[in-house]
Design a binder for this molecule. Sequence first.
Ligand SMILES: [Fe+2]
Length: 381
Amino acid sequence: MENGRGVTAAFVSCRRSMSLHAQQIPAPKSSPPDNGSGNVLDFHLDASKILAPAAGGENEAFAPLPLRNLDAGTKIPFNVFIKCKTQDQDQPQFMLCCPKGQVFLRDWHRKLKSLKVPWVYFPLQENEAVLNYLHFNLQDINPQNCCTDPDKAALILDAMLIWIQHFFLAEKFRTGSKLNMALDFIDLLFAFIKGSKAYLSFIVEIKHHDEVLFKHSLNVCTISLAFISYLGLTDREARFFGVGALLHDLGMTQVPRPVLQKPGRLDEAEMKQIMRHPLQSYYMLKHLSGIPKDPILMVQQHHENGDGSGYPMGLPGSSTHPWAKILRIIDSYESVTSGRPWRPAKSPKETLWDMRHEWEKSQVYDPALLRAFIKFLGDGN
Ligand SMILES: [Fe+2]
């Protein structure tokens, strides 16, 4: 991870190359102030030449944040960057546009929006400050009467994605207070989902982030909240089902990245590493206070199959926790409809056809729950 000095160096280098590049791009509308406090967002920017949208993942020192999360006209408690790429640089650079503690001007917000640059970046080492900021800003949302504003739902999903990124990053971040924060987000999201039939509108297509694991975790949690609402679980059950769904693949953080992102088929040793993840998720959650038994068992057993062919224990359906059976179906559905490095995504319609004609014949999924899920998908479309 880049330290503060590295960030400054990147900023300086980017500033320098911007000035070199200035002859090839439209002239700035004004000159930088003599005191050196000029901000890149105060100058004329050409989105097509300077600001490159993220594609295929980010520098590991930075993470994207949708612009809608910055409360324009207020102080921002973390450093905000934009990403730029000039003709004389091979790699995009991250340029500081709002230092920590400075007000993010409404004009900057408008400018980025008009340039169709709907996100900014923050240093990953500041993700705790970002998360606290997003959590605080969501306090104004009242779960009882918030169910009609899609913009607010988007803010909750943005915050949850940052939360997953934070929680999955290192053990020191996996604390009881962080878990309570996730429960707050889940309560808010559940209130939206309960009030809407179109749960698919909550499924996130994270084009600016190539971390499949984060997107999968968030989508599985979202679909889970919708499905268990349909099944009639209580609000209390929903929040703990939601947290289990969010963390079911936490153990995947112990699998080396090259194995997770391998485009071809995995060999036997790599497959064994992957198959350890339910137990690893289980051990990681077991040590956290505040998580009841049901979500912990659900996480441990989410790859068990009805015919005993699953892993890690090969439990038959009769011994598998009912929440794990529900998660088994949702986990498969989300993976198939999102695709993986080694196979393309299938449409929800194609997947529904597979579920009716292949999944139902297999002994993998609980038949009654699978029928209910198919009906739920049909009712939601
Ligand atoms: Fe899994």
